[in-house]
Design a protein around this ligand. Structure first.
Ligand code: APR
Length: 249
């Protein structure tokens, strides 16, 4: 643990707030999983590409219409990357906060399930989860563990319809109720942490703005400045797995 970082980074105000707060909101993005080995989408100036296709294309509703097997192949590739990865100190620290604060809300844009693997309960998943699938026709939900991996496109056990990854693709709406729950948490929180997101994708990026509008203290944790940095009361420039464990009673 780099002691210099500890003194320099965490302000007295934040330490006092962290000690006194009850209602805390944490919004996470791909950066919180970076130290686990999950590639981010945009950090470092370039964006992810797969088989020559920018991820915004392969991960789009249009591609779902045009080539469903290709979308499954892309998410099978993401899953194969993820399957051997483990939560890092950022995930485990956030998980420990759920027993520390009487009202902790964890909102994630990530589909990797690493928050749950670290022990976080009741995670608000804005963009779905790569370990689940759902039926186009009857909306039945499945864990990938229950599906055979031989089929290019698995079928629904109930109605025989095609299944699709239970992930929000570009051009699609968020899961019903997910944003509303996140916005509720933003309206009531005293302290809001924004961890590992470039804050370019809406409506997720509007959640800190709602928290700010309700007088919450905003703290960004990211090795790079983002579009939200100027809105924040405090910007902790560093890796989430190194910075978050510094916050303790
Ligand atoms: N700790 C904290 N932040 C980090 C770390 C780290 N170790 N490593 C990288 N970052 C930061 C980067 O600087 C960048 O600002 O994480 C951010 C990752 O940004 P994106 O790749 O744009 O990911 P995210 O903000 O989650 O993207 C939002 O866009 O692609 C869609 O649906 C996808 O949920 C995703 C959404």
């Amino acid at each position: 643990m780099p002691p210099a970082v500890e003194q320099a980074m965490i302000s007295k105000t934040l330490r006092e707030l962290f000690l006194a707060a009850n209602r805390v909101l944490v919004l996470t993005g791909a950066g919180v999983s970076a130290e686990s080995g999950v590639p981010t989408f945009r950090g470092g100036g370039q964006s992810a590409v797969w088989k020559g296709l920018p991820f915004e294309v392969i991960s789009s509703a249009a591609m779902l219409e045009r080539d469903l097997p290709a979308v499954w192949e892309w998410f099978n590739y993401r899953r194969n990357l993820l399957v051997q990865l483990r939560p890092n100190a950022a995930h485990t620290t956030i998980a420990s906060w759920q027993d520390r604060f009487s009202d902790l809300s964890l909102v994630t844009q990530n589909i990797d399930g690493l928050h749950q693997a670290a022990g976080s309960r009741d995670v608000i998943e804005l963009h779905g989860n790569v370990w689940r699938a759902r039926c186009f026709d009857c909306d039945a939900r499945y864990s990938l563990d229950d599906l055979s991996r031989d089929e290019a496109v698995p079928s629904c056990f109930d109605c025989g319809g095609n299944l699709r990854p239970d992930v929000v693709l570009f051009g699609e709406m968020l899961p019903p109720g997910a944003f509303e729950r996140a916005a509720d948490a933003a309206q009531r929180c005293e302290l809001c942490f924004i961890v590992g997101t470039s804050a370019v994708v809406y409506p997720a990026a509007s959640i800190p703005e709602i928290a700010r509008g309700n007088g919450a203290y905003l703290v960004e944790v990211n090795p790079e400045r983002t579009q939200l940095s100027d809105l924040c009361d405090e910007v902790l420039m560093g890796k989430a797995g190194e910075v978050l464990p510094l916050l303790r009673r």
